[in-house]
Design a protein. Structure first.
Length: 134
């Protein structure tokens, strides 16, 4: 699309996510005749294709939507709350073959605790990483 405002693009992205899209992102591209434009990409289950296509057609300036299939491999995930010097914070564990391969703090929890304690975000984030995640 080469004729959409940033505000309208953001609104369309929110609507797509609210309707069940797994992810939505935009990429700056050059269109025919070297016009700058935006490629809006929506990742979603096949069952939502019609719903999301309708949102794209109604909420953007596009005249058409391309769809393609892809596969997705995902890790098992588990949310675990850990105790830190600043209080409990949720972490998301990524598990492969029954083994935790990483555990990362939940952004909203870190943000909330950083604000509550008037601390830098990174200090709280590192405190979570330094805590045992069993």
């Amino acid at each position: 699309m080469d004729d959409m405002t940033g505000e309208a693009l953001g609104f369309a992205m929110e609507k797509l996510l609210e309707a069940g899209a797994l992810d939505v992102y935009h990429t700056p591209i050059y269109m025919k005749k070297s016009r700058p434009g935006v490629l809006l990409t929506t990742l979603a289950p096949k069952k939502l294709e019609s719903t999301l296509t309708n949102i794209l057609l109604e909420e953007t300036t596009t005249l058409g939507v391309r769809a393609s299939a892809s596969t997705r491999t995902i890790l098992e995930r588990k949310i675990v709350t850990v105790d830190t010097p600043y209080g409990p914070i949720r972490t998301k564990q990524a598990i492969k073959d029954g083994r935790i391969i990483r555990a990362l703090p939940e952004y909203e929890d870190v943000k909330r605790v950083a604000r509550e304690h008037n601390l830098p975000f990174q200090k709280v984030y590192r405190a979570v990483l330094d805590t045992k995640h069993e």
